[in-house]
Design a protein around this ligand. Sequence first.
Ligand code: ATP
Length: 203
Amino acid sequence: MVMIGVTGGIGSGKSTVCDLFEQRKVPVFRADAVARTITEGPAKKEIVVAFGPEILDESGSLDRKALAAIVFSDEEKLELLNSVVHPLVFDEFSRWKAALPAGTRYALAEAALMFESGMFQMMDYVLAVMADENVRVSRTMARDAADEAAVRSRLRFQLSAEELIELSDFQLSNNGSLGDLGGKVSFFAVLFSTLTPPPPENA
Ligand code: ATP
């Protein structure tokens, strides 16, 4: 079975690409969604210890907006949060992978921080979904009803297009329509079903 990571900048279309693969019955692990669940659950205690009780709202739930405001304006705080959450996401991924049905040809794992988190080491190949910065910003603003400054403030923590191209095995350009994207996903679905895991690096 071949494990393919899907990554890309904010608003590049990672989730949309994975939705289209899921419609083709390809199993998809959503690292970002799992991280959100973990943040509210198993990691909550540690996050409160690290960030202080002001990170909780009146009902005692994690104030995700306050946490986002802190970590997206302070790289060290972002690293601290990631160091708590990422190992738990990796454990969850390993459990999910072990439970995939026998005969699965390939599966996908979507993660915004595929390279930064080290998760790429658990992948056989990585697909980077690429779109021009202005396209990504306007799609994200429309999706999240967010203002441009908030979206752009998140971009500076992300890998550049050049870095993504250098690090990934495949790139999918998503500047076009949703129809175009469907055609590209069909192409990659055929390609992925022909892949075998790469040989170990020192073989
Ligand atoms: P994030 O990193 O913020 O989670 P993402 O990379 O997963 O984002 P999506 O949520 O898939 O990106 O896409 C961002 C928005 O752009 C969504 O509202 C999606 O429906 C829309 N979108 C994605 N691809 C296209 C496209 N080719 N044409 C038009 N809209 C698109």
